[in-house]
Design a protein around this ligand. Structure first.
Ligand code: GAR
Length: 208
């Protein structure tokens, strides 16, 4: 059984999707063993507690710099014996020591079709604001491996939703979450836990 450690910062709806999937047997070979939050008041922590999942809080401002914070995160992941680390709305930057210690073992859900609307500054609602500003007609979400390049790691899964006249960032965010993120993130975790994702020449190959 692979230990899944989920990193969160906010509401935790993607964490909830992972918990629900695990409960219905949708993540064979994996178990969510710990949730680590960068915010002490994140509702995601409540969701973990309600489901009997061990929690930890690592707040960035409690550490001198990004390196000290990353070291604490790495120590926590090692203590938890993480096999898979899932960024589920985790909004705090870690240095490259963390992803290098867990190569192709950390996945992130990003609320756009990478390589569009990604990288520094593109997170949460800002991503949907940018998509509406550009006037794209489809958007979606991407699950990818985490590397030292922000939102630049091998793409595992993507899916789309239409952008409709009158959409606000909030409406679009909801459509992307409900139709794509909450499905793809548990699916990617399940594929990983069944050893169905290989990375060859920097690209992820998924055995469906
Ligand atoms: C999700 O839309 C996720 O894709 C996004 O933040 C939201 C978190 O919601 N992540 C990023 O923008 C990362 N770059 P949640 O806390 O309800 O899962």
């Amino acid at each position: 059984m692979k230990n899944i450690v989920v990193l969160v910062s906010g509401g935790g709806t993607n964490l909830q999707a992972l918990i629900d999937a695990e409960k219905r047997g949708g993540i064979p070979g994996g178990k969510i063993t710990c949730v680590i939050s960068s915010k002490s008041d994140a509702y995601a922590l409540e969701r973990a507690k309600q489901n009997g999942i061990n929690t930890r809080v690592l707040v960035r401002r409690d550490f001198a710099d990004v390196h000290a914070y990353s070291k604490a995160m790495l120590d926590a992941l090692n203590e938890e014996k993480a096999d898979l680390v899932v960024y589920a709305g985790f909004m705090t930057i870690l240095d490259e020591t963390v992803c290098k210690a867990y190569p192709n073992k950390m996945i992130n859900v990003h609320p756009a079709l990478i390589p569009s609307f990604c990288g520094k500054g593109f997170y949460g609602l800002h991503v949907h604001e940018a998509a509406l500003e550009k006037g794209v007609k489809v958007t979606g979400a991407t699950v990818h491996f985490v590397t030292e390049v922000c939102d630049g790691g091998p793409i595992i899964l993507q899916d789309t939703v239409p952008v409709l006249n009158g959409d606000t960032p909030e409406i679009l965010q909801k459509r992307v979450m409900e139709n794509v993120e909450w499905k793809l993130l548990p699916k990617a975790a399940a594929l990983f836990c069944q050893d169905k994702i290989k990375v060859v020449d920097g690209r992820a190959i998924v055995e469906e």
